[in-house]
Design a protein around this ligand. Structure first.
Ligand SMILES: [Zn+2]
Length: 406
C-alpha cells in the first residue's frame, strides 16, 4: 500500500511537471518580437545638464516618440519601457526589465556632454572594451550613476565606475550578441545621417554596465551633445526629438526584417518613414552640421580645424599653451544654482560639465599662487575645495600644468 501511494505521488509530480512544460512556454514566451526602450537617467538623476536643459528629459521624449511609432506601425511587436515618466531606476533594474521580458532587442537612449561646447554629433555604443580614452570616458560617465546607490560596492560586486581597472573585465568577456548589436548600431548611425543630417561619430565599444547585464542584442545611443548650443536646441525641439526617434525607428524596421527572415518569423510589411518635403525644407534651413574643433579627446577630433568655433562654456584666460588654474568648490549632479554667480557668499563662480556632473569653480588665473590664495580664502566655506588646471578647453592635472610653466 505504501509503495502504491509513493507511486501515485511520484506520478502526480511527473504529471504536474509535464503540465508546467505544456503551459509554461505559452504563458512566459510572448510570440511577439519584444523591444525594451530605456530612457537614460530620471528622477533625482538628471544626467548631463546645460543651463537650460537636462539629459533625462531629452532621453524620455525621444523614447516616448520612438515607442509610439513602433506601437503604431508594428502590431507584432511588444514595446516595453523601463520608464515612461520622470522616474529613477538603477542600472540593474533597467537590465532586469530586459531579462524579465525575454527581450529581443534593447535600446538605451542617452545624451552626451563634453567639457568643450564645440563637440557635437551622434554615436551608438555596443558593449565591449573601449579602444580609446574618449569611449571609456562616456562609459565612465554613464556608469557613474551607480554611485547614487547606497551600497553600490556590494550590489555591483566591487565594480567601481570611476576606476579604469574595473573596465578590464570587459576585455575577457564573451558577448554572443555582439554581431547583431553592431549590425543594429551601424544602421542607426546611417539613419542619423540620411534622415536627420546629423554628424556621424560612428559605432563604438565601451563597458556599459546596463548593456553588460542584458541578455539580448543591446545598443546605447548618445543622440548628441547637450553641451553644444546648436545641438542642444535641436535635441530639445519637438521636431529634433521626432526626427531622432524616426531615424531609430527606420533602423529598427531594417533590423527586424533581417531578424525575422533569419528566425523564420512571419513578418509584417512595415516600411521605413521617408523624409517629407517639409522636413527637408527644415533641414535645408538648418546648417547641415554644427562645427566641431578642439575636442578634449584628440582621437575623436575628426573635423578640419579651419571651421569656426562656437564660444565654449568654459572660457580660459587665453587659448595658448599657458595653463589656467581655478579652484573647484564642489561637484554635484543637481543643477542647483546653474545661473547663480554667488555661492555661499563666494562671488564670480563659474561651472562646467564633466562626467555628467556640474562642477563649480572660482578664480581663473595663470598664476598658481593667486589661485592658491583664493583656495585658502574659500576654505572656511568650502573645506574640500581644490585647485584644477586647464590648457585651452582641456583639463589637465595641476602637476602637468606646473611643469608647463617651468
Ligand atoms: Zn546618460
Amino acid at each position: 500500500m505504501k509503495i502504491l501511494k509513493k507511486f501515485f505521488l511520484v506520478s502526480q509530480c511527473y504529471l504536474m511537471l509535464l503540465g508546467l512544460f505544456v503551459v509554461f512556454p505559452v504563458q512566459a514566451q510572448d510570440a511577439r518580437f519584444t523591444v525594451v526602450l530605456d530612457a537614460g537617467h530620471g528622477g533625482h538623476d538628471p544626467g548631463a545638464m546645460s543651463a537650460n536643459s537636462r539629459e533625462k528629459d531629452i532621453n524620455l521624449a525621444i523614447v516616448l516618440d520612438l515607442g509610439a511609432i513602433i506601437e503604431q506601425k508594428f502590431k507584432d511587436v511588444k514595446v516595453v519601457y523601463t520608464r515612461k515618466t520622470d522616474k529613477y531606476l538603477t542600472l540593474q533594474e533597467r537590465a532586469d526589465v530586459v531579462n524579465d521580458h525575454h527581450a529581443d532587442l534593447f535600446i538605451c537612449i542617452h545624451t552626451n556632454a563634453s567639457l568643450s561646447s564645440a563637440a557635437y554629433g551622434a554615436e551608438t555604443f555596443t558593449l565591449g572594451l573601449a579602444k580609446t580614452r574618449a569611449n571609456l570616458d562616456v562609459a565612465m560617465r554613464e556608469n557613474s550613476v551607480i554611485l547614487l546607490e547606497e551600497d553600490y560596492r556590494t550590489k555591483y560586486k566591487g565594480f567601481d565606475p570611476k576606476s579604469v581597472d574595473s573596465y578590464i573585465m570587459f576585455e575577457f568577456m564573451q558577448d554572443k550578441y555582439i554581431d547583431r548589436s553592431v549590425e543594429f548600431s551601424s544602421i542607426i548611425q546611417k539613419q542619423f545621417v540620411s534622415y536627420c543630417q546629423r554628424s556621424d561619430r560612428g559605432v563604438r565599444q565601451a563597458g556599459f554596465w546596463v548593456l553588460h547585464r542584458s541578455a539580448c542584442p543591446s545598443v546605447l545611443v548618445e543622440v548628441g551633445f547637450i553641451s553644444n548650443p546648436a545641438e542642444e536646441r535641436y535635441l530639445t525641439s519637438d521636431q529634433g526629438q521626432k526626427e531622432m526617434a524616426t531615424a531609430i525607428f527606420n533602423a529598427f524596421v531594417d533590423y527586424k526584417r533581417t531578424h525575422d527572415k533569419k528566425s523564420g518569423r512571419q513578418m509584417a510589411s512595415v516600411s521605413k518613414i521617408e523624409q517629407t518635403a517639409k522636413a527637408e525644407d527644415h533641414n535645408q534651413r538648418r546648417p547641415l552640421q554644427p562645427v566641431e574643433v578642439a575636442h578634449p579627446n584628440p582621437e575623436i577630433d575628426t573635423v578640419s580645424k579651419k571651421n569656426k568655433i562656437e564660444a565654449p562654456v568654459l572660457t580660459p584666460a587665453n587659448a595658448t599653451q599657458t595653463p589656467v588654474f581655478k579652484v573647484q568648490l564642489f561637484a554635484t549632479l543637481k543643477n542647483i544654482k546653474a545661473k547663480s554667480t554667488s555661492l555661499k557668499g563666494v562671488n564670480n563662480t563659474e561651472y562646467f560639465v564633466e562626467d555628467g556632473m556640474n562642477k563649480y569653480t572660482v578664480g581663473n588665473d595663470t598664476d598658481y599662487k593667486k589661485i592658491e590664495k583664493i583656495r585658502k580664502e574659500v576654505a572656511t566655506k568650502f573645506p574640500k575645495a581644490f585647485i584644477i588646471a586647464f590648457v585651452g578647453d582641456k583639463k589637465i592635472t595641476v602637476r602637468e600644468a606646473l611643469k608647463l610653466i617651468k
